[in-house]
Ligand binder design. Structure first.
Ligand code: ADP
Ligand code: MG
Length: 364
């Protein structure tokens, strides 16, 4: 049997999911497909068309860093479900994917969530999607060692076609927000810079640590509770850690921008969100320092060629940018971005149109 889980793009609300913030991802048409079978020998075996070789471990050997590499994302899900007390036995998985790896489109969550659905069905666990999402987050945090928040897994498991998913990471609540760009004569372009980031390499964790330190310094549980005025209280701490104030300012202003975008979408005014996308990018570039020259160029070239707004999306340090583009300008914007990359001596980007699509499901 097979299960498929989509990649996701975050429309806005970046690097706030570990600060109790709100974000607005939607699922892509691109999918990771897992063909899975139970095994009676208590082992986990895995292959992927994206990687060489076969991974073969006993369930009891799954632990932080084991198995190393890509299979940790899949094996980690079994580990997390077993750690939560569920009766999960051996599994064999074969993975194929149209979600690009490491492009900021969450191939990691797509892989985890497809495996989670497979385990849930094959072992008859009957878990809610929110519970499966939690197991996937634990897999990525604890087995792979990537300090990601919960946005990706929620988007992959809970998104519906024609909507973005408003996720409140403070309490895990979600709401489907109407989001059908084509109905407004618009498209969301996803520009994959082909610069590959490695979230597990420490920079993501450093940002997360700064955000947690800032909240603690202000005596708050999370920065969700902070106002811009509260951040003045960080100036003293700032002498010890000059990054703290701008990092916190990104989180606080980004959460406010999400609310503005949601209000516009609820009001049928998608065309007006462009400046908020631009402001998000600036905040991520200047205050949070998670952009890179290729992402900056993709956004600038897209805007110059007629995009209403553009921003990096995902964890940053490479990966993808999104641009909100009138349908009549899609070809111009695509060409302009490719030309700008060529002129800068960068490798060719991949540009695709993102169609807000359904979340993960069994496919046969
Ligand atoms: P993103 O989630 O943005 O694509 P990550 O660095 O979080 O980037 O996750 C990418 C990693 O997830 C890959 O390097 C690989 O280890 C694993 N992965 C994702 N999809 C697959 C797949 N189809 N086959 C094998 N490994 C995969
Ligand atoms: Mg990922």
């Amino acid at each position: 049997m097979r299960w498929a889980a989509p990649g996701r793009v975050n429309l806005i609300g970046e690097h706030v999911d570990y600060a109790g913030g709100v974000c607005l991802p939607f699922a892509l048409a691109e999918r990771t497909v897992v063909e899975a079978h139970t095994r009676a020998d208590g082992r986990f075996t895995a292959r992927s068309t994206a990687e060489d070789g076969v991974v073969d471990v006993a369930l009891d050997e799954i632990a932080p860093g084991s198995p190393a590499g890509w299979a940790g994302y899949a094996a980690g899900v079994l580990w997390a479900l077993r750690a939560a007390g569920h009766a999960v036995g051996g599994l064999d998985v074969a993975v194929t994917a149209t979600v690009p790896l490491g492009a900021g489109l969450s191939s990691s969550a797509a892989l985890e969530c497809a495996v989670a659905l497979a385990v849930d069905d094959l072992y008859g666990l009957g878990l809610a999607r929110t519970e499966l999402a939690a197991a996937c987050v634990r897999a990525e945090n604890e087995i792979v060692g990537a300090a990601t928040g919960g946005m990706d897994q929620a988007a992959v498991l809970l998104a519906t076609a024609g909507h973005a998913l408003l996720l409140d990471t403070r309490d895990g609540s979600t709401r489907q927000v109407p989001f059908a760009p084509a109905d407004d004569g618009l498209a969301v372009l996803v520009i994959d810079t082909r610069v590959r980031h490695h979230l597990a390499d420490g920079r993501y964790g450093a940002r997360r640590a700064s955000v947690e330190k800032a909240a603690a310094a202000l005596g708050l549980a999370t920065l969700r509770e902070a106002t811009l005025r509260d951040l003045e209280g960080l100036r003293d701490v700032e002498r010890l850690d000059v990054d703290l104030l701008p990092r916190a300012r990104h989180v606080v202003t980004e959460i406010a921008r999400v609310a503005e975008v949601v209000a516009l979408l609820d009001d049928g005014r998608l065309r007006e969100v462009g400046p908020l996308l631009d402001a998000s990018h600036e905040s991520l570039r200047v205050d949070y320092e998670v952009s890179c020259p290729e992402l900056d160029l993709a956004c600038a070239a897209a805007r110059a060629a007629g995009a209403l707004g553009a921003r990096m999306t995902g964890g940053g340090f490479g990966g993808s940018a999104i641009a909100l583009v009138p349908l009549g300008r899609v070809d111009d914007v695509t060409r302009a971005v490719c030309d700008a990359f060529a002129a800068a001596g960068y490798g060719g980007p991949t540009v695709r149109t993102a169609e807000p699509s359904a979340g993960a499901s069994r496919v046969g």
